[in-house]
Design a protein. Structure first.
Lengths: 184, 502
């Protein structure tokens, strides 16, 4: 299927699942359903998943489109180092988080979607993908490149004997410059 | 239903063809078919969310009612069983499992519940894979996942088959339910209050979706039939900078200017169809496309073509199309400003060639007297074939003494110091050093105000059509300039803006 980075799709799926889990949880709590405790958990889990998945990873090839305002999330997620960088960890984390959602109808949909996202992340991890933060890169200015070096060698001159001023024979000392010289 | 119709591109082409008399505004709406498809899809998603939430609440309340949490009437109604002389109202029949799991059990054992869950999942997968990021970078994932819509529609049609939404039926003889509703213990025992009967509603979704589904099926069938038709190669040329020109002949194929076709090469991929703008004019008896190396499929195609021996036929190719765009209007304007940016220059190859043929044959359909062509690109490497085309046109026009007909300006927006140095040295030469054309290359972006001023000055009384094929930002700029330089006075110059979209 071409050079797809599965993590990109897994990320979209997980973010959507986070929202669905959150919505299901809110409905469960607001409607005071039986098992509303699971719904309350789903609200918390949904928020957590959304926060974790909001910052997009940098793509290994091509331009990465950062989501609006994702910089602060990137910094937080980056702080967890290998836990968030590795996709195996994410796959198992999502699988674990989604399980309690299956105990109540309102959150079942979020649970299944998150489970699917977890599977896609597993696929991404098997392909060796990693989460790389998108950080604004500072412009490195290289002033050295545009400046040209001063000349290393003196200009070509006739040998010393010819250059020495011949006071005795001023007429004969005159010679034509090989390079035209003009007074600017 | 409305989501299927905008993607029947053959149907849309047919409608567009039939509306040739109805003016361009109607046809322009057909160009926005993909935007409409997306809008309808968003609505479907929103309504699905509302539907799901409503059912979640609804099932929970049914559950409560069944367990006797509510008032006597609700409990009595819920207790009605599904036997020979009673019909049930509350779809929840099971009470002997953990009450928290009853809703989940209901969902997974009824047709409506099961189909609902499956199609909602399908919808979510379709939506996440259609996000711009995924679609632009990994089209295959988008395309293959999008076929889950088959599951979506199948599930949708069967969603109501369980008939669990029930309404009250009149009993025989009819009874007064306001009188009976408080006497739940007397139901069936007194003649005034027989046991109330309920029945499910007839499923109706299929009535809405069947017609579009049939139309879509016809569309896919048509694409398949077109694919089976024979396509022969007239010429295969490798152009510089990894651009492949293919000249194909297909019997019964008619095209208009600036249209595009979908190509499929089973040797590379059975299921992938890729769109390419045609670069040949309708007056020619073949169709040509210029394919640039821009991904998996194109790379493999170029690879296969390069390995072919001289004069051999290429691999089997399916051609679907042509599909229309707005550039068919280009001949209606007296004066045309054509702006092609980057890869957007491709439809103009077809347009320029066609205009030239029509001009030579003095075709009365051609109302154009003057063309201004602006070609903007970062560097000309990928479009040397287009520069060749311009050179040929330039020469022919000079031969006929018609060099006022076409004025073209090339803008290289990606110049660097070495290019500038090179140009400085050759500035006095007759032909341009970069392209070999008589017109000198300009560097940087065009100053649109000056261009529009010039066009207006040279054509003080004409209607000018501006056509763009390029980025949206440029479209907005040109639209503004068209408005700015158009005169309300009908005797003076008016600019009309048209945009291609791909």
């Amino acid at each position: 299927m071409g050079k797809i980075e599965w993590a990109m799709w897994a990320n979209e799926q997980a973010l959507a699942s986070g929202f669905i889990l959150l919505t299901g949880g809110i409905v469960g709590v607001a409607g005071q359903f039986r098992g509303w405790q699971f719904a309350a958990y789903a609200v918390a889990a949904g928020v957590f998943v959304c926060l974790l998945e909001y910052p997009r990873s940098k793509r290994s090839k091509g331009t990465s489109m950062a989501r609006p305002g994702q910089y602060c999330f990137t910094v937080c997620v980056k702080a967890f180092g290998p836990l968030t960088r590795n996709y195996y960890v994410r796959a198992f984390l999502h699988a674990a988080v989604c399980v309690p959602g299956g105990f109540m109808l309102a959150t079942v949909l979020g649970c299944v979607c998150l489970g699917i996202a977890s599977l896609i992340y597993l696929g991404a991890a098997i392909h060796g993908e990693q989460w790389v933060p998108i950080l604004p890169h500072k412009e490195v200015r290289k002033p050295m490149e545009s400046m040209k070096n001063p000349p290393q060698n003196p200009p070509p001159r006739p040998p010393l004997e010819m250059r020495r001023k011949r006071v005795d024979d001023l007429e004969g000392a005159a010679y034509d410059n090989p390079i035209p010289v003009a007074d600017e | 239903m409305l989501v299927l119709l905008p993607v029947c591109r053959n149907l849309l082409s047919l409608i567009r063809g039939s509306f040739m008399c109805c003016g361009r505004t109607i046809r322009k709406q057909l160009d926005k078919n993909l935007s409409f498809h997306k809008l309808v899809a968003y609505m479907i998603a929103l309504m699905t969310a509302v539907h799901v939430i409503a059912h979640l609440l609804n099932v929970e309340w049914y559950n409560n009612s069944r367990l006797g949490v509510y008032d006597k009437l609700s409990t009595a109604l819920s207790d009605l069983e599904d036997t020979e002389n009673t019909t049930y109202l509350n779809p929840i029949r099971k009470t002997d499992i953990d009450p928290q799991q009853i809703p989940t059990y209901l969902v997974f054992t009824t047709i409506a519940g099961l189909t609902g869950v499956i199609i909602t999942l399908a919808l979510i997968l379709i939506i996440t894979s259609s996000m711009e990021v995924i679609r632009r970078s990994y089209f295959e994932v988008f395309w293959y996942t999008h076929h889950l819509f088959i599951i979506f529609f199948a599930g949708l049609v069967f969603h109501g088959a369980g008939r669990i939404v029930r309404s009250q039926q009149t009993t025989d003889p009819p009874h007064n339910f306001t009188f009976c509703k408080d006497r739940t213990d007397d139901w069936g025992r007194i003649p005034e209050c027989p046991i109330p009967q309920f029945a499910g509603g007839f499923p109706q979704t299929w009535m809405w979706v069947i017609a579009p589904m049939v139309l879509y099926l016809c569309e896919r069938l048509l694409r398949f039939i077109r694919y089976m038709q024979t396509v022969t190669y007239r010429k295969i040329v490798m152009r510089p900078s990894k651009v492949l020109e293919l000249q194909l002949v297909k019997s019964g194929f008619k095209m208009e200017v600036g249209q595009y076709v979908f190509l499929n090469c089973p040797a590379i991929s059975q299921l992938e169809w890729h769109p390419f703008t045609m670069t040949s004019a309708p007056e020619e008896d073949f169709l040509s496309v210029h394919i640039r190396s821009a991904g998996d499929w194109t790379d493999k195609l170029i690879d296969i073509m390069q390995k072919l021996p001289e004069g051999a036929q290429g691999p089997k190719m399916g051609v679907d199309g042509p599909f229309g765009t707005a550039s068919e209007d280009v001949f209606d304007y007296e004066v045309s400003m054509l702006v092609g940016a980057g890869i957007g220059v491709t439809p103009f190859a077809s347009i320029l060639k066609s205009i030239w043929y029509k001009f030579k044959d003095s075709n009365p359909k051609l109302r154009t007297r003057k063309i201004y062509f602006y070609w903007l690109c970062r560097e000309t490497h990928a479009f040397e074939w287009f520069a060749d085309l311009l050179q040929v046109l330039e020469k022919e026009m000079e031969e006929r003494g018609m060099d006022h007909f076409l004025t073209y300006k090339l803008y290289l927006t990606g110049w660097d110091q070495s290019t500038a140095n090179h140009v400085k040295v050759w500035v006095d030469d007759d032909t341009d050093v970069v392209t070999g054309l008589k017109q000198k290359t300009h560097y940087g972006r065009p100053i649109w105000d000056k261009e529009f001023e010039q066009v207006r000055k040279e054509n003080p009384t004409s209607v000018v059509g501006t056509f763009l094929c390029g980025p949206q930002v440029l479209g907005k700029v040109l639209e503004k300039k068209c408005a700015k330089y158009s005169d309300v006075d009908p005797r003076k110059t008016k600019f009309y803006f048209n945009k291609e979209n791909f």
